[in-house]
Write a protein that binds this ligand. Structure first.
Ligand code: PRE
Length: 301
């Protein structure tokens, strides 16, 4: 039986609900970039999108509902890594089962009938605001207010009939909430891409893995404070033809000047990757594979 989805935030957030439909938790509400990323990842497959107020809320929701998938931004080509998401991922039972890269383009949008001169305040997600640094510098009189997400900023302006306030959001969100676009493409550079991770509970990750498509993995480890410890790991990876696409260090809270390393790697042959893991593991401590998945090579534009 098909019936209208009683989505908590907005009817129509999934078109229709069927019992076997995948449910995907996102950070934000209808019209936010996480929704676009989730829909692009699943392409033509109908999904139910579950809105969450924050990344912390998303991971908590997944922890209480192992069948729920999640999608979370991890890095942006202007704003850099979303550092707290690395820690949330580490502390969770979630595994990375896929990735989606998305070109992000922002507009400034406000209630209809107002020019940019009439606007004194802009609201958006902090990462979106960082991506529009040049626009904000060019309009220094604008008060900048951080909100939970881009689409949420648009919705609160529309629902609260907030004159003189603009949202920085996607064009889709502006349209969805009936705002007028005052300026388009306000991101500092058109080379603005966000990489999102598709997450599944560890008990379900296997069901999502397509072994023949796996060519990327995310690793987590710590290193002893000895000369060349990181260099040894990188040498081993290189020996096994493993390509390091990203390395991020984060402090270990409570252990001054010690770090955890999050490394993303790509490879042609999974067997070779497995061998590399076997060789790297003894050089590190707390070694974990956070996910093995297919690299996204065609970012959604
Ligand atoms: O607010 C939104 O629309 C989001 O989906 C959040 C978010 C982020 O967390 O980075 C997603 C993509 C863009 O980089 C800007 C904001």
């Amino acid at each position: 039986m098909r019936h209208e989805n009683p989505a908590p935030e907005r009817a129509g957030f999934s078109d229709f609900y069927t019992p076997d439909m995948k449910r995907v938790a996102i950070q934000g509400i209808a019209g936010c970039f996480h929704e676009t990323a989730a829909r692009r990842y699943f392409r033509d497959e109908a999904i139910e999108v579950v809105p969450c107020r924050s990344f912390g809320a998303l991971f908590a929701r997944m922890a209480g509902d192992p069948a729920l998938l999640g999608i979370a931004a991890i890095e942006n080509t202007i704003a850099g890594s979303l550092l707290p998401n690395h820690e949330l991922l580490r502390q969770s039972r979630a595994r990375i089962v896929g990735e989606q890269k998305l070109r992000i383009s922002h507009v400034a949008a406000a209630l209809p009938g107002q020019g940019l001169d009439a606007v004194s305040e802009v609201r958006s997600h902090p990462i979106a605001l960082m991506q529009c640094g040049d626009f904000l510098k060019a309009h220094p009189a604008l008060k900048v207010v951080e909100r939970d997400d881009t689409a949420g900023s648009a919705r609160e302006i529309a629902e609260g009939l907030l004159c003189g306030t603009a949202a920085i959001c996607g064009a889709d969100a502006a349209e969805l909430y009936g705002l007028e676009i005052l300026e388009r493409e306000i991101e500092t550079t058109k080379h603005n891409f966000t990489r999102f991770l598709l997450l599944a509970d560890e008990s379900r990750a296997e069901a999502f893995s397509e072994p023949e498509r796996i060519d990327k993995a995310s690793l987590l480890f710590t290193l002893p404070h000895t000369q060349g410890s990181l260099s040894k790991v990188l040498t081993v990876l290189s020996f096994y033809d493993i390509n390091l696409t990203k390395i991020q260090s984060l402090p270990i809270v409570g252990r001054e000047w010690e770090y955890r390393f999050y490394a993303d790697v790509t490879f042609d042959r999974r067997r070779r990757f497995r061998q590399a893991v076997g060789a790297v593991r003894p050089l590190t401590s707390g070694f974990r594979i956070l996910g093995e998945y297919a690299e996204c090579t065609d970012p959604a534009l």
